[in-house]
Design a protein around this ligand. Structure first.
Ligand code: C5P
Length: 220
């Protein structure tokens, strides 16, 4: 039987860094569920989809095909065949993704696709509702947290290293706070720790220490 490792937590807590490291070490496939919500958001922005109109949202979702592929151990996502991995990280998407991902019809479709990916393969999936809604029976679950200031600094440096100099540290901090609030208070599968998820606060941990911590729990 295949194995699913679920990693949930707040925005920019290092979920994807740990998930990628675990996947590489264990030979699993890494699935970034947040990238799926971001790609849907990008499609909605480009096509001016009114998210208050359920019929329009439903119709738009029928026209979206998302695919993951990996190159150089990095996960990439395509939206209808177009590589959008970098564009989905920029502010226009970050500022709208919470609202789009709170939509019931959007979540329903994404969860369905995510569950399909975990049916037959060993995967590490990170997100907000993986251990609670997508794979409530996952045998190993982590819930990641970190100091909000540290998180904003990490995300700011990441944006900067990609040549994005338009966004200030304050804007990044505000965006994270906004997304945390929206994710934890939304009606549809809000961000909450699954009862059986292991808490990993990485404020003072290096990436190696986090990987060791997780590996000890995956392979006791
Ligand atoms: O993980 P990342 O920060 O890229 O996710 C972007 C946004 O997508 C989150 O702020 C959250 O609103 C939404 N999301 C979600 N459920 C998931 C993954 C992401 O609602 N499983």
């Amino acid at each position: 039987k295949n194995l699913v490792i679920a990693i949930d937590g707040y925005s920019s807590c290092g979920k994807s860094t740990l998930a990628k490291a675990l996947a590489k070490k264990l030979g699993f496939i890494y699935v970034d569920s947040g990238a799926m919500y971001r790609a849907v958001t990008l499609y909605f922005l480009r096509n001016h989809i009114d998210i208050t109109d359920d019929a329009k949202v439903e119709d738009a979702l029928q026209h979206i095909e998302l695919n993951f592929h990996s190159r150089d151990y990095e996960s990439h996502i395509t939206l209808n065949g177009e590589e959008v991995s970098d564009e989905i990280r920029l502010m226009p998407v970050s500022e709208n993704v919470s609202e789009v991902s709170a939509h019931k019809i959007v979540r329903h479709e994404m969860v369905k696709q995510q569950q399909r990916m975990g049916k037959s393969k060993n995967i590490v999936m990170d997100g907000r509702d993986i251990g609670t809604t997508v794979f409530p029976d996952a045998p190993v679950k982590f819930f990641m947290t970190a100091d909000p200031k540290i998180r904003a600094e990490r995300r700011f440096k990441e944006l900067e290293s990609k040549g994005n100099n338009e966004t200030t540290l304050e804007e990044v901090f505000e965006n994270l706070a906004h997304r945390d609030y929206a994710d934890t208070t939304r009606k549809e599968s809000p961000l909450v720790r699954a009862d059986d998820a292991i808490i990993l606060d990485n404020t003072d941990l290096t990436q190696e220490e986090q990987l060791d911590f997780a590996l000890e729990r995956v392979q006791p």
